[in-house]
Design a protein around this ligand. Structure first.
Ligand code: BG6
Length: 467
Protein backbone atom coordinates (compact mmCIF):
# COMPACT_ATOMS: atom_id res chain seq x y z
CA UNK A 1 0.00 0.00 0.00
CA UNK A 2 1.20 3.53 -0.69
CA UNK A 3 1.88 5.49 2.48
CA UNK A 4 0.81 9.11 2.43
CA UNK A 5 2.06 10.03 5.91
CA UNK A 6 4.48 12.95 5.87
CA UNK A 7 7.98 12.50 7.27
CA UNK A 8 7.12 14.65 10.27
CA UNK A 9 3.79 12.89 10.93
CA UNK A 10 3.14 12.86 14.67
CA UNK A 11 2.78 9.22 15.72
CA UNK A 12 1.57 9.47 19.30
CA UNK A 13 -0.43 7.88 22.08
CA UNK A 14 -2.89 9.48 24.49
CA UNK A 15 -4.12 9.64 28.08
CA UNK A 16 -5.80 12.01 30.51
CA UNK A 17 -4.88 13.16 34.02
CA UNK A 18 -7.56 11.55 36.18
CA UNK A 19 -7.38 8.30 34.22
CA UNK A 20 -3.65 7.71 34.74
CA UNK A 21 -2.11 9.89 37.43
CA UNK A 22 -3.51 8.63 40.73
CA UNK A 23 -2.14 10.73 43.61
CA UNK A 24 -5.54 12.36 43.63
CA UNK A 25 -4.82 14.48 46.73
CA UNK A 26 -1.01 14.49 46.83
CA UNK A 27 1.18 17.57 46.82
CA UNK A 28 -1.68 19.98 47.21
CA UNK A 29 -4.01 18.75 44.46
CA UNK A 30 -7.70 19.55 44.95
CA UNK A 31 -10.61 17.16 44.47
CA UNK A 32 -12.20 17.16 41.01
CA UNK A 33 -15.57 16.19 39.59
CA UNK A 34 -13.83 13.12 38.12
CA UNK A 35 -12.55 12.15 41.60
CA UNK A 36 -15.96 12.69 43.15
CA UNK A 37 -17.71 10.51 40.58
CA UNK A 38 -15.05 7.79 40.78
CA UNK A 39 -15.39 7.64 44.58
CA UNK A 40 -19.16 7.28 44.26
CA UNK A 41 -18.56 4.04 42.32
CA UNK A 42 -15.51 2.82 44.20
CA UNK A 43 -17.35 -0.12 45.75
CA UNK A 44 -17.71 -1.61 42.26
CA UNK A 45 -14.59 -0.46 40.41
CA UNK A 46 -11.20 1.24 40.68
CA UNK A 47 -11.13 4.95 41.41
CA UNK A 48 -8.70 7.83 40.89
CA UNK A 49 -6.71 7.19 44.07
CA UNK A 50 -4.02 5.24 42.21
CA UNK A 51 -5.28 4.77 38.62
CA UNK A 52 -2.16 3.77 36.60
CA UNK A 53 0.04 5.61 39.11
CA UNK A 54 1.65 7.74 36.41
CA UNK A 55 2.35 10.34 39.09
CA UNK A 56 4.98 8.02 40.57
CA UNK A 57 5.92 6.13 37.38
CA UNK A 58 6.19 8.97 34.89
CA UNK A 59 9.88 8.38 34.17
CA UNK A 60 9.40 4.67 33.58
CA UNK A 61 6.41 5.37 31.33
CA UNK A 62 8.19 8.03 29.29
CA UNK A 63 11.13 5.68 28.78
CA UNK A 64 8.65 3.13 27.42
CA UNK A 65 7.29 5.82 25.08
CA UNK A 66 10.84 6.39 23.88
CA UNK A 67 11.30 2.66 23.30
CA UNK A 68 8.04 2.57 21.36
CA UNK A 69 9.36 5.39 19.19
CA UNK A 70 6.59 7.90 19.95
CA UNK A 71 7.00 11.26 18.30
CA UNK A 72 4.25 12.81 20.44
CA UNK A 73 2.39 12.18 23.67
CA UNK A 74 -1.04 13.59 24.36
CA UNK A 75 -1.94 14.07 28.01
CA UNK A 76 -3.99 16.47 30.09
CA UNK A 77 -3.10 18.81 32.91
CA UNK A 78 -5.31 18.57 35.96
CA UNK A 79 -6.71 22.04 36.68
CA UNK A 80 -7.01 21.13 40.38
CA UNK A 81 -3.31 20.22 40.56
CA UNK A 82 -2.43 23.70 39.30
CA UNK A 83 -5.15 25.65 41.14
CA UNK A 84 -6.59 23.32 43.79
CA UNK A 85 -9.81 25.25 44.40
CA UNK A 86 -10.22 26.31 40.77
CA UNK A 87 -9.81 30.05 41.12
CA UNK A 88 -7.49 30.70 44.09
CA UNK A 89 -3.81 30.18 44.82
CA UNK A 90 -1.54 28.53 42.28
CA UNK A 91 0.00 25.30 43.60
CA UNK A 92 3.71 25.34 42.78
CA UNK A 93 3.99 21.59 43.35
CA UNK A 94 1.48 21.03 40.55
CA UNK A 95 3.49 23.23 38.19
CA UNK A 96 6.65 21.37 39.23
CA UNK A 97 5.11 17.98 38.39
CA UNK A 98 4.09 18.94 34.86
CA UNK A 99 7.43 20.69 34.32
CA UNK A 100 9.16 17.42 35.13
CA UNK A 101 6.89 15.50 32.75
CA UNK A 102 7.31 17.99 29.89
CA UNK A 103 11.07 18.23 30.35
CA UNK A 104 11.50 14.47 30.42
CA UNK A 105 9.36 14.08 27.29
CA UNK A 106 11.49 16.65 25.46
CA UNK A 107 14.71 15.03 26.66
CA UNK A 108 13.41 11.90 24.96
CA UNK A 109 12.43 13.72 21.74
CA UNK A 110 8.70 13.38 22.34
CA UNK A 111 6.49 16.36 21.51
CA UNK A 112 3.96 17.14 24.27
CA UNK A 113 0.35 17.62 23.11
CA UNK A 114 -1.41 19.17 26.08
CA UNK A 115 -5.13 19.19 26.89
CA UNK A 116 -6.23 21.73 29.49
CA UNK A 117 -9.49 20.18 30.62
CA UNK A 118 -10.43 16.51 30.38
CA UNK A 119 -13.61 15.92 32.46
CA UNK A 120 -11.98 17.04 35.74
CA UNK A 121 -13.40 20.35 36.92
CA UNK A 122 -12.12 21.36 40.39
CA UNK A 123 -14.90 20.32 42.76
CA UNK A 124 -14.54 23.50 44.80
CA UNK A 125 -16.16 25.34 41.87
CA UNK A 126 -19.17 23.02 42.12
CA UNK A 127 -19.51 23.90 45.80
CA UNK A 128 -19.04 27.57 45.02
CA UNK A 129 -21.43 28.14 42.11
CA UNK A 130 -22.29 24.78 40.50
CA UNK A 131 -19.34 24.90 38.13
CA UNK A 132 -20.14 25.80 34.54
CA UNK A 133 -23.59 27.03 35.45
CA UNK A 134 -21.90 30.27 36.48
CA UNK A 135 -20.24 32.61 34.02
CA UNK A 136 -17.49 33.03 36.63
CA UNK A 137 -16.35 29.49 35.83
CA UNK A 138 -15.38 30.67 32.33
CA UNK A 139 -13.20 33.41 33.82
CA UNK A 140 -11.67 30.98 36.32
CA UNK A 141 -10.80 28.70 33.40
CA UNK A 142 -9.26 31.58 31.47
CA UNK A 143 -7.02 32.33 34.44
CA UNK A 144 -6.02 28.66 34.77
CA UNK A 145 -5.30 28.48 31.01
CA UNK A 146 -3.13 31.62 31.19
CA UNK A 147 -1.24 30.11 34.13
CA UNK A 148 -0.47 27.04 31.99
CA UNK A 149 0.51 29.07 28.92
CA UNK A 150 2.89 31.11 31.06
CA UNK A 151 4.34 28.12 32.93
CA UNK A 152 4.70 25.64 30.05
CA UNK A 153 4.33 27.60 26.81
CA UNK A 154 8.07 27.97 26.29
CA UNK A 155 8.11 24.20 25.65
CA UNK A 156 4.57 23.28 24.57
CA UNK A 157 3.40 24.21 21.06
CA UNK A 158 0.23 22.09 20.68
CA UNK A 159 -2.69 22.80 23.01
CA UNK A 160 -6.19 21.39 23.17
CA UNK A 161 -8.59 23.40 25.28
CA UNK A 162 -11.53 21.14 26.23
CA UNK A 163 -11.65 17.41 25.66
CA UNK A 164 -14.99 16.35 24.18
CA UNK A 165 -17.11 19.19 25.45
CA UNK A 166 -19.79 17.97 23.04
CA UNK A 167 -19.94 14.60 24.79
CA UNK A 168 -19.28 15.83 28.31
CA UNK A 169 -22.24 18.20 28.15
CA UNK A 170 -24.55 15.21 27.62
CA UNK A 171 -23.47 13.33 30.74
CA UNK A 172 -25.15 14.58 33.90
CA UNK A 173 -22.51 13.41 36.35
CA UNK A 174 -19.66 14.90 34.31
CA UNK A 175 -21.53 18.20 34.42
CA UNK A 176 -22.07 17.83 38.18
CA UNK A 177 -25.83 18.05 37.65
CA UNK A 178 -26.51 16.04 40.81
CA UNK A 179 -29.40 17.98 42.25
CA UNK A 180 -30.85 19.70 39.22
CA UNK A 181 -34.60 18.89 38.94
CA UNK A 182 -35.43 17.03 35.70
CA UNK A 183 -37.61 19.85 34.37
CA UNK A 184 -34.71 22.31 34.61
CA UNK A 185 -31.99 19.97 33.37
CA UNK A 186 -31.95 21.02 29.71
CA UNK A 187 -31.90 24.72 30.54
CA UNK A 188 -29.01 24.28 32.97
CA UNK A 189 -27.18 22.05 30.50
CA UNK A 190 -27.53 24.61 27.70
CA UNK A 191 -26.20 27.36 29.98
CA UNK A 192 -23.23 25.24 31.08
CA UNK A 193 -22.44 24.30 27.50
CA UNK A 194 -22.46 27.97 26.48
CA UNK A 195 -20.14 28.94 29.34
CA UNK A 196 -17.75 26.20 28.27
CA UNK A 197 -17.72 27.63 24.73
CA UNK A 198 -17.03 31.04 26.19
CA UNK A 199 -14.20 29.59 28.30
CA UNK A 200 -12.83 27.85 25.21
CA UNK A 201 -12.80 31.13 23.31
CA UNK A 202 -11.26 33.12 26.19
CA UNK A 203 -8.48 30.54 26.53
CA UNK A 204 -7.86 30.44 22.77
CA UNK A 205 -7.62 34.23 22.59
CA UNK A 206 -5.30 34.32 25.62
CA UNK A 207 -3.08 31.71 23.97
CA UNK A 208 -2.79 33.88 20.85
CA UNK A 209 -1.69 36.84 23.01
CA UNK A 210 0.75 34.98 25.21
CA UNK A 211 2.06 32.37 22.76
CA UNK A 212 1.72 33.68 19.20
CA UNK A 213 3.51 30.64 17.74
CA UNK A 214 1.40 28.01 19.51
CA UNK A 215 -1.30 25.89 17.86
CA UNK A 216 -4.57 25.57 19.74
CA UNK A 217 -7.89 23.84 19.11
CA UNK A 218 -10.66 21.70 20.58
CA UNK A 219 -10.64 17.91 20.98
CA UNK A 220 -14.00 16.77 19.67
CA UNK A 221 -15.93 13.56 20.23
CA UNK A 222 -16.49 12.67 16.59
CA UNK A 223 -19.05 10.28 15.19
CA UNK A 224 -20.63 9.90 11.80
CA UNK A 225 -24.30 8.93 11.48
CA UNK A 226 -25.79 6.86 8.67
CA UNK A 227 -29.50 6.98 7.81
CA UNK A 228 -31.42 3.85 8.82
CA UNK A 229 -33.01 3.77 5.33
CA UNK A 230 -33.01 5.92 2.23
CA UNK A 231 -36.31 7.53 3.26
CA UNK A 232 -35.64 11.29 3.08
CA UNK A 233 -36.75 11.79 6.71
CA UNK A 234 -34.19 9.21 7.88
CA UNK A 235 -31.47 10.98 5.90
CA UNK A 236 -32.47 14.23 7.60
CA UNK A 237 -32.57 12.49 11.00
CA UNK A 238 -29.02 11.15 10.51
CA UNK A 239 -27.79 14.60 9.65
CA UNK A 240 -29.54 16.14 12.66
CA UNK A 241 -28.03 13.52 14.96
CA UNK A 242 -24.55 14.63 13.88
CA UNK A 243 -25.61 18.25 14.07
CA UNK A 244 -26.94 18.00 17.64
CA UNK A 245 -24.14 15.84 19.00
CA UNK A 246 -21.09 17.24 17.21
CA UNK A 247 -21.51 19.80 14.44
CA UNK A 248 -23.19 22.49 16.55
CA UNK A 249 -20.00 22.52 18.65
CA UNK A 250 -17.67 22.60 15.64
CA UNK A 251 -19.69 25.49 14.22
CA UNK A 252 -19.40 27.39 17.49
CA UNK A 253 -15.64 26.79 17.72
CA UNK A 254 -15.01 27.69 14.08
CA UNK A 255 -17.53 30.46 13.42
CA UNK A 256 -18.34 31.78 16.90
CA UNK A 257 -22.10 31.23 16.81
CA UNK A 258 -24.66 28.45 17.02
CA UNK A 259 -25.99 27.34 13.64
CA UNK A 260 -29.61 28.17 12.76
CA UNK A 261 -31.07 24.72 13.49
CA UNK A 262 -29.54 24.76 16.95
CA UNK A 263 -30.68 28.27 17.78
CA UNK A 264 -34.19 27.29 16.64
CA UNK A 265 -34.17 24.22 18.91
CA UNK A 266 -32.91 26.18 21.95
CA UNK A 267 -35.56 28.83 21.43
CA UNK A 268 -38.38 26.38 20.77
CA UNK A 269 -37.58 24.52 23.99
CA UNK A 270 -37.24 27.77 25.96
CA UNK A 271 -33.65 26.98 26.97
CA UNK A 272 -31.62 29.59 25.06
CA UNK A 273 -28.69 30.46 27.35
CA UNK A 274 -28.00 33.87 28.80
CA UNK A 275 -25.29 35.66 26.86
CA UNK A 276 -23.68 39.11 26.98
CA UNK A 277 -23.24 41.43 24.00
CA UNK A 278 -19.43 41.39 24.36
CA UNK A 279 -19.36 37.59 23.93
CA UNK A 280 -19.87 37.81 20.20
CA UNK A 281 -16.46 39.37 19.51
CA UNK A 282 -14.73 36.94 21.90
CA UNK A 283 -16.34 33.90 20.28
CA UNK A 284 -15.76 35.07 16.72
CA UNK A 285 -12.08 35.84 17.30
CA UNK A 286 -11.24 32.34 18.47
CA UNK A 287 -11.22 30.14 15.38
CA UNK A 288 -9.05 27.10 16.13
CA UNK A 289 -5.73 26.43 14.42
CA UNK A 290 -6.55 22.73 14.08
CA UNK A 291 -9.11 20.12 15.10
CA UNK A 292 -8.24 17.24 17.40
CA UNK A 293 -10.49 14.33 16.45
CA UNK A 294 -11.46 11.58 18.91
CA UNK A 295 -13.00 8.76 16.92
CA UNK A 296 -14.21 5.32 18.00
CA UNK A 297 -17.39 4.43 16.08
CA UNK A 298 -20.30 5.40 13.84
CA UNK A 299 -24.04 5.58 14.57
CA UNK A 300 -27.31 5.02 12.72
CA UNK A 301 -30.47 7.10 13.08
CA UNK A 302 -34.09 7.02 11.95
CA UNK A 303 -36.65 9.80 12.09
CA UNK A 304 -38.54 10.02 15.40
CA UNK A 305 -41.75 12.05 15.05
CA UNK A 306 -42.96 14.01 18.05
CA UNK A 307 -46.35 13.03 19.49
CA UNK A 308 -48.72 14.24 22.15
CA UNK A 309 -46.86 12.54 24.96
CA UNK A 310 -43.46 13.59 23.58
CA UNK A 311 -43.35 17.13 22.26
CA UNK A 312 -40.50 18.27 19.99
CA UNK A 313 -37.24 18.32 21.92
CA UNK A 314 -38.10 15.54 24.43
CA UNK A 315 -34.88 13.62 25.13
CA UNK A 316 -34.50 9.94 25.96
CA UNK A 317 -31.17 8.67 27.41
CA UNK A 318 -28.04 10.73 27.80
CA UNK A 319 -24.90 10.03 25.75
CA UNK A 320 -26.57 8.56 22.66
CA UNK A 321 -29.90 10.26 23.26
CA UNK A 322 -32.99 10.06 21.04
CA UNK A 323 -34.72 13.37 20.38
CA UNK A 324 -38.41 13.53 19.58
CA UNK A 325 -39.11 15.51 16.43
CA UNK A 326 -35.63 14.64 15.16
CA UNK A 327 -33.91 11.26 15.51
CA UNK A 328 -33.76 7.86 17.17
CA UNK A 329 -30.70 5.63 17.49
CA UNK A 330 -30.66 2.33 15.58
CA UNK A 331 -28.26 -0.60 15.22
CA UNK A 332 -26.01 -1.06 12.21
CA UNK A 333 -26.34 -4.69 11.10
CA UNK A 334 -23.35 -4.28 8.77
CA UNK A 335 -20.76 -3.58 11.43
CA UNK A 336 -19.00 -5.63 14.06
CA UNK A 337 -19.88 -4.54 17.59
CA UNK A 338 -17.34 -4.74 20.44
CA UNK A 339 -18.02 -6.31 23.86
CA UNK A 340 -18.88 -2.82 25.01
CA UNK A 341 -21.35 -2.07 22.22
CA UNK A 342 -19.10 0.04 19.98
CA UNK A 343 -19.89 -0.24 16.22
CA UNK A 344 -16.44 -0.56 14.65
CA UNK A 345 -16.14 1.37 11.40
CA UNK A 346 -12.79 2.46 9.90
CA UNK A 347 -14.49 3.72 6.72
CA UNK A 348 -16.51 6.06 8.94
CA UNK A 349 -13.23 7.69 9.96
CA UNK A 350 -12.29 8.38 6.34
CA UNK A 351 -15.75 9.83 5.67
CA UNK A 352 -15.66 11.98 8.78
CA UNK A 353 -12.19 13.41 8.12
CA UNK A 354 -13.25 14.32 4.60
CA UNK A 355 -16.47 15.84 5.88
CA UNK A 356 -14.73 18.03 8.49
CA UNK A 357 -12.07 19.09 6.03
CA UNK A 358 -14.63 20.13 3.43
CA UNK A 359 -16.49 22.19 6.02
CA UNK A 360 -13.73 23.75 8.12
CA UNK A 361 -10.55 23.47 5.99
CA UNK A 362 -8.46 22.97 9.12
CA UNK A 363 -5.56 20.59 9.68
CA UNK A 364 -6.50 17.67 11.91
CA UNK A 365 -4.88 15.22 14.27
CA UNK A 366 -6.54 12.08 15.61
CA UNK A 367 -6.11 12.35 19.38
CA UNK A 368 -8.17 9.30 20.37
CA UNK A 369 -8.97 6.03 18.64
CA UNK A 370 -8.77 2.59 20.16
CA UNK A 371 -10.39 -0.61 21.28
CA UNK A 372 -11.57 -1.06 24.86
CA UNK A 373 -11.75 -4.66 25.97
CA UNK A 374 -10.84 -7.04 28.79
CA UNK A 375 -7.29 -8.12 27.90
CA UNK A 376 -6.01 -11.33 29.45
CA UNK A 377 -2.51 -11.86 30.73
CA UNK A 378 -1.56 -15.31 29.38
CA UNK A 379 0.61 -17.96 31.05
CA UNK A 380 3.64 -16.77 29.11
CA UNK A 381 3.21 -13.40 30.86
CA UNK A 382 2.11 -11.63 27.67
CA UNK A 383 -0.96 -10.00 26.16
CA UNK A 384 -1.76 -11.23 22.69
CA UNK A 385 -4.09 -8.47 21.56
CA UNK A 386 -4.36 -9.13 17.82
CA UNK A 387 -7.93 -7.76 17.96
CA UNK A 388 -6.47 -4.36 18.98
CA UNK A 389 -3.83 -4.56 16.25
CA UNK A 390 -6.60 -5.22 13.68
CA UNK A 391 -8.62 -2.26 14.97
CA UNK A 392 -5.69 0.16 14.91
CA UNK A 393 -4.40 -1.09 11.57
CA UNK A 394 -7.75 -0.55 9.85
CA UNK A 395 -8.11 2.95 11.28
CA UNK A 396 -4.56 3.94 10.34
CA UNK A 397 -5.32 2.72 6.80
CA UNK A 398 -8.45 4.89 6.81
CA UNK A 399 -6.35 7.88 7.91
CA UNK A 400 -3.90 7.15 5.10
CA UNK A 401 -6.81 7.04 2.62
CA UNK A 402 -8.11 10.36 3.94
CA UNK A 403 -4.71 11.97 3.36
CA UNK A 404 -4.77 10.56 -0.18
CA UNK A 405 -8.22 12.19 -0.54
CA UNK A 406 -6.63 15.56 0.25
CA UNK A 407 -7.27 15.88 4.00
CA UNK A 408 -4.52 17.57 6.06
CA UNK A 409 -3.95 14.99 8.78
CA UNK A 410 -0.76 15.63 10.75
CA UNK A 411 -0.88 13.02 13.48
CA UNK A 412 -2.39 9.88 14.94
CA UNK A 413 -2.45 9.37 18.70
CA UNK A 414 -4.41 6.28 19.73
CA UNK A 415 -6.16 5.80 23.04
CA UNK A 416 -4.26 4.88 25.09
CA UNK A 417 -0.56 4.61 25.90
CA UNK A 418 -0.92 2.53 29.05
CA UNK A 419 -4.07 0.91 30.36
CA UNK A 420 -5.97 3.41 32.42
CA UNK A 421 -9.11 3.97 34.37
CA UNK A 422 -11.87 3.73 31.78
CA UNK A 423 -14.16 6.70 32.10
CA UNK A 424 -17.03 4.31 32.87
CA UNK A 425 -15.71 0.78 33.46
CA UNK A 426 -12.65 1.03 35.72
CA UNK A 427 -9.82 -1.37 34.87
CA UNK A 428 -12.10 -4.07 33.44
CA UNK A 429 -11.99 -2.32 30.08
CA UNK A 430 -8.50 -1.70 28.75
CA UNK A 431 -7.23 0.34 25.81
CA UNK A 432 -3.46 0.47 26.34
CA UNK A 433 -0.50 -0.52 24.23
CA UNK A 434 1.10 -1.20 27.61
CA UNK A 435 -0.67 -3.39 30.15
CA UNK A 436 -0.86 -2.20 33.76
CA UNK A 437 -0.82 -5.23 35.98
CA UNK A 438 -3.56 -4.32 38.40
CA UNK A 439 -7.23 -5.14 38.75
CA UNK A 440 -10.00 -2.96 40.05
CA UNK A 441 -9.39 -4.03 43.64
CA UNK A 442 -5.93 -5.58 43.58
CA UNK A 443 -3.10 -3.15 42.86
CA UNK A 444 -0.51 -5.95 42.58
CA UNK A 445 2.78 -4.32 41.61
CA UNK A 446 1.45 -2.07 38.87
CA UNK A 447 3.98 -3.68 36.54
CA UNK A 448 4.14 -2.31 33.00
CA UNK A 449 3.93 -5.09 30.37
CA UNK A 450 4.29 -4.39 26.65
CA UNK A 451 1.36 -5.88 24.73
CA UNK A 452 1.72 -7.39 21.23
CA UNK A 453 0.16 -4.14 19.95
CA UNK A 454 3.12 -2.23 21.43
CA UNK A 455 5.60 -4.11 19.23
CA UNK A 456 3.31 -3.85 16.22
CA UNK A 457 2.90 -0.07 16.65
CA UNK A 458 6.65 0.26 17.09
CA UNK A 459 7.03 -1.14 13.55
CA UNK A 460 4.35 1.19 12.20
CA UNK A 461 6.24 4.18 13.58
CA UNK A 462 9.57 2.86 12.34
CA UNK A 463 8.11 2.40 8.83
CA UNK A 464 6.17 5.68 8.99
CA UNK A 465 2.99 3.80 8.16
CA UNK A 466 1.66 0.36 7.29
CA UNK A 467 3.61 -2.04 5.07
C1 BG6 B 1 -13.34 9.38 25.26
C2 BG6 B 1 -12.71 10.08 26.43
O1 BG6 B 1 -14.66 9.78 25.17
O2 BG6 B 1 -13.46 8.01 25.32
C3 BG6 B 1 -11.77 9.23 27.26
O3 BG6 B 1 -12.06 11.25 26.01
C4 BG6 B 1 -12.37 7.85 27.45
O4 BG6 B 1 -11.53 9.88 28.48
C5 BG6 B 1 -12.54 7.23 26.07
O5 BG6 B 1 -11.62 7.01 28.27
C6 BG6 B 1 -13.07 5.80 26.11
O6 BG6 B 1 -14.27 5.76 26.85
P1 BG6 B 1 -14.43 4.76 28.06
O7 BG6 B 1 -15.73 5.14 28.68
O8 BG6 B 1 -14.44 3.43 27.46
O9 BG6 B 1 -13.27 5.00 28.96
Amino acid sequence: MTNYFSNDFLWGASSSAFQIEGAWNEDGKGKTVADYNAFLKSDVQADTTVASDFYHHYKEDILLMKELGLKAYRFSISWARIIPDGDGEVNQQGIDFYNKVIDFLLENDITPLVTLYHFDLPFALVDKYNGWESRDCAYAFERYAKTCFEAFGDRVTYWQVHNEQNLMARVNIRMNMYDVPAEQAEKVRAQMDYHMFLAHALATNACRDILPDAQIGPAVSSTMTYPHSNRPEDVWAARMNDNFKTNYALEMYCFGEYPGYYQAYLKKCGIYPETKPEDEAILKASKPDYLAVNYYRTLVASYLPADEAHPVGTKVNDIDFDLYGYFKMEKNENLVVTDYGIQVDPTGLRLLLNDYYEKYRLPMIITENGLGTGDQLTEDGKIHDDYRIDYLKDHIAAGNDAIADGVELFGYSPWSFTDLLSSRQGFAKRYGLVYIDRDDFDLKELRRIRKDSFYWYQDVIRNNGLD
